[in-house]
Design a protein around this ligand. Structure first.
Ligand code: ATP
Ligand code: MG
Length: 418
């Protein structure tokens, strides 16, 4: 709230975790500026209007209520103008930044940006140029203010460059971990520590940037996740599938309420779903419990060359073999890869250190994936080997598909909270 320098302009970003008070503090600052500097003009914007309306604007209303101001008497909001007016002549516009050109002729005393990591640098620059409202005689020690609040950028980007790498003296970065918000319900943060992996926790709870060097997709994996596991013919036996022809990658698992045990993998080169199914039946000929098929949701699409979907073909083979207690548990659509990665990482090792995935050493290719699958340098894309790379190094063709197979199952039963 307070500015520790005397420059005529203050530029600040309040970067924090989920529920760290970003919207609360930013909106309170906006209200206080309106009260302190009569006739000030403020702009509050986000990349989309629903975001600014549903979060920032409602926080303004909450503050006005909490401060004991009456709607109609002390302030009013015009929906058509999207404008909040105070009795002292101060005004705040609520806008989206989709068409920044429309905001070009404004003269503002302050500007507030909701979820700054979604907003391009050009909009930030444009707003800097709008902070030129003429200073009223009654405004003592006035400083123009541009302030934003945000979760950290996915990868270090313009906010990092502007506020952390080499900031001018009137630019400030305030990092607000969720752990420091004493107003949250008891146990809120502990719950997040259990539900997230370490990176996701660092970013979205501690509010810090992650290093964007090329990094492993599954970071918390260690030898503690590998142990000899027993197959139990009475338990549910999960078969989770990625239908790639070369290699076809399936994993076999048992599961409890909170843990997954990968007991085996079926990774075959140049094959078909039918042949992989034969291999499964050879290995598990007399299972007594239920068989549950999981995996790629697009494996259920009929392709024009095959009469059956992959899953119906598997079901038919299982039935012919005499298995009747069989279910298919897949999503109607695949979730974003990112969700699978976070879910898998959380179970491999959550931010509070608990391991909930165990892998038998037999699952060589799956373990190879966990040790080697990386992001493409400087991006959030998984580095999937190209045809040329695979020609040079055959082992690379086993990268990515076994991880896909395993993570479909994990994401299905343990989806990301929030
Ligand atoms: N200084 C404070 N005094 C009282 N309550 C506060 C304070 N700061 C934050 N809170 C409360 O903490 C909760 C989270 O705040 P807020 O919604 O602003 O967080 P956020 O960082 O914007 O969250 P999100 O990541 O969901 O956007 C709210 O219920 C808010 O009222
Ligand atoms: Mg918020």
């Amino acid at each position: 709230m307070e500015i520790p320098h005397k420059y005529s302009l203050d530029v600040a970003v309040y970067q924090g975790g989920f529920g760290s008070g970003k919207t609360f503090c930013g909106s309170l600052l906006g209200v206080l500026l309106c009260l302190k500097y009569p006739q000030i003009k403020g702009l509050v914007g986000a990349q989309t209007y629903p975001l600014v309306r549903d979060t920032t604007l409602s926080a303004y209303f909450e503050h006005l209520n909490a401060l004991g101001f009456d709607e109609g008497k002390d302030w009013g909001f015009s929906k058509s103008e999207r404008l909040l007016r105070f009795k002292n002549g101060s005004e705040v516009m609520f806008r989206h930044f989709d068409e920044p050109d429309k905001l070009k002729s404004l003269n503002l005393g302050f500007a507030q940006i909701e979820e700054m990591s979604d907003v391009p640098k050009s909009v930030f620059n444009m707003l800097l140029g709008r902070l030129r409202q003429s200073i009223q005689p009654c405004w003592h020690n006035f400083q123009y203010r541009l302030f934003g609040h945000t979760n950290p950028e996915e990868r270090k980007g313009w906010i990092y460059d502007t506020f952390a790498r080499n900031p001018p003296p009137n630019y400030r970065l305030i990092i607000a971990p969720t752990t420091e918000n004493i107003f949250l319900p008891k146990g809120f943060v502990d719950e997040l520590r259990k539900s997230y992996d370490e990176d996701y926790f660092t970013q979205n709870v501690l509010g810090q940037w992650l290093d964007s060097d090329d990094s492993l997709v599954v970071k918390g994996f260690s030898d503690s996740n590998v142990r000899n596991l027993d197959y139990d013919e009475h338990l549910d036996l999960h078969l989770s599938c990625d239908f790639n022809v070369d290699p076809m990658s399936w994993v076999v698992a048992h599961k409890t309420e909170s843990k997954v045990f990968f007991i085996d993998e079926i990774v075959l080169e140049n094959t078909t779903t039918a042949r992989a199914m034969d291999e499964f039946l050879t290995r598990y000929p007399r299972h007594k419990g239920r068989i549950v098929i999981n995996g790629d949701a697009s494996g259920d699409n009929r392709s024009c060359t095959s009469e059956f979907t992959n899953y119906s073909l598997m079901l038919r083979k299982l039935a012919l073999h005499g298995y009747s207690n069989v279910d298919v548990e897949i999503r109607p659509f695949n979730p974003p890869i990112k969700n699978r990665v976070i879910a898998f990482n959380t179970l491999i090792r959550s931010a509070d250190g608990e391991l909930r995935i165990f892998i038998d050493p037999k699952c060589e290719k799956l373990i190879y994936n966990l040790k080697n699958l990386k992001y493409r340098s400087g991006s959030s894309q998984i580095d999937i080997p190209t045809y040329h790379q695979i020609r040079k190094n055959r082992e690379l063709k086993f990268l990515s598909h076994p991880f896909d197979a395993a993570s479909y199952l994990v994401e299905f039963y343990f989806p990301l909270a929030i």
